[in-house]
Design a binder for this molecule. Structure first.
Ligand SMILES: Cc1ncc(COP(=O)(O)O)c(C=O)c1O
Length: 363
């Protein structure tokens, strides 16, 4: 068996954190009302309202694709369009679910540096066409932290929201890793969401210590109208809801959600520091959350894979994605870096400046 316990493939490769596990065990006693009418779901909802310091509407679903797709569908009609970054998960990794769940809403792609939407391109896309033949833009979807491991500052989110509101668009946030962004920026969750103008949010649990389950949070409450029916119709209303909501109580009640996110971010920072300045290795994006993107020489990536390390190379804009999780250990990072260094070519004595090979030596 592979002796490597924890990888850098995804934060959803990690297990369940102790706080979520303990809450699950506690919830696993006796009978409780089904479909969300239980005390755990009420408590989890209240805790989410406390975290965001507002009286929002909260729903729990099984996964992020459903959360994004159903929430987006509730913010538009089928003849509308959703504007998102060209690397957004809703575009690249949801198999067309946002279009499917909204019965045909078109996803329009806009560019932007470091995985972030450029507010000016929202306007460009809206003004590109205003005739009846064009799917009318209605929602902007942004991802926090982004798919390339960067984070939007509160001011950047406000700028996106200002532009969206100027054109009567709602703003949705895919917060699969919102916890990592909050921990990274050290700001109140409200500053990154409703105070900045975000109407609805997917708050990710799976990547931060839960087994399963994301929370959909509507700050603009009218958008939540009959959302429970939408969830039910889509097969996303869990009958034993307490087992989705209890872990939220576990991670939210004493701040574990942010501790875990801060830890994952710190592990990514350690990895980034170790990769910096290694010959042939190129960091691709500023590391601001729990992911490091780096281009490795092909032979090095192959060697690491053969040694048993797992990481993706098809996500974002190419290169390797090295994702840290709540349970990543310093020793995991150090061992990975040691293995990586061992695959780097030994400098030849006569080569200038230590014989560092150029990147072109390693396709
Ligand atoms: C940015 C982002 N959004 C949403 C998701 C949710 O995906 P899933 O449907 O696998 O829970 C992911 C998972 O990788 C993600 O990275």
């Amino acid at each position: 068996m592979n002796s490597i316990q924890r990888h850098f493939a995804s934060d959803n490769n990690a297990g369940i954190c102790a706080e979520a596990w303990a809450a699950l065990a506690e919830a696993n006693t006796g009978h409780a009302p089904s479909y969300g009418d239980d005390a755990w779901t009420t408590r989890a909802t209240d805790l989410i309202r406390d975290v965001f310091e507002t009286n929002c509407e909260v729903f729990f679903v099984f996964n992020g694709t459903a959360a994004n797709s159903l929430a987006l569908a509730s913010l538009c009609h089928s003849y509308h369009s959703i504007l998102c970054h060209e690397l957004a998960h809703v575009e690249t990794d949801e198999c067309g679910a946002p279009e499917f769940c909204s019965h045909g809403t078109k996803v329009l792609l806009i560019p932007g540096l470091n995985g972030k939407i450029d507010p000016a391109s929202i306007e460009t896309m809206v003004k590109k066409r205003t005739d009846i033949h064009y799917p009318k833009p209605r929602v902007v979807s942004l991802t926090q932290a982004t798919e390339v491991g960067t984070v939007y500052t509160p001011e950047e989110i406000r700028a996106v929201c200002r532009m969206a509101k100027k054109h009567e668009l709602s703003v949705y946030m895919d917060g699969a890793r919102l916890a990592n962004a909050v921990a990274s920026l050290g700001v109140a969750p409200r500053e990154l969401t409703w105070q900045a103008g975000v109407d609805a949010l997917c708050l990710g649990g799976t990547k931060n210590g839960a087994a399963v389950g994301e929370a959909i949070v509507f700050f603009h409450k009218p958008a939540a109208f009959e959302f429970d029916y939408r969830c039910k119709q889509a097969g996303q209303l869990c009958s034993k809801m307490r087992f989705i909501s209890a872990p939220w109580v576990g991670v939210l009640q004493d701040g574990a959600w942010l501790r875990h996110a801060a830890h994952a971010n710190a592990m990514a920072a350690r990895l980034e520091a170790g990769l910096r300045d290694l010959p042939g290795v190129r960091l691709l994006f500023p590391r601001q959350a729990n992911a490091v993107f780096a281009e490795l020489p092909g032979a090095v990536a192959e060697g690491l894979r053969q040694k048993g390390w797992r990481f993706y190379t098809f996500i974002g804009a190419g290169g390797g994605r090295f994702m840290c999780a709540w349970d990543t250990q310093e020793s995991d990072v150090d061992r990975f870096l040691t293995d990586l260094r061992n695959f780097l070519p030994t400098p030849s004595p006569e080569a200038p400046s230590g014989g560092v090979p150029s990147r072109s030596d390693h396709p």
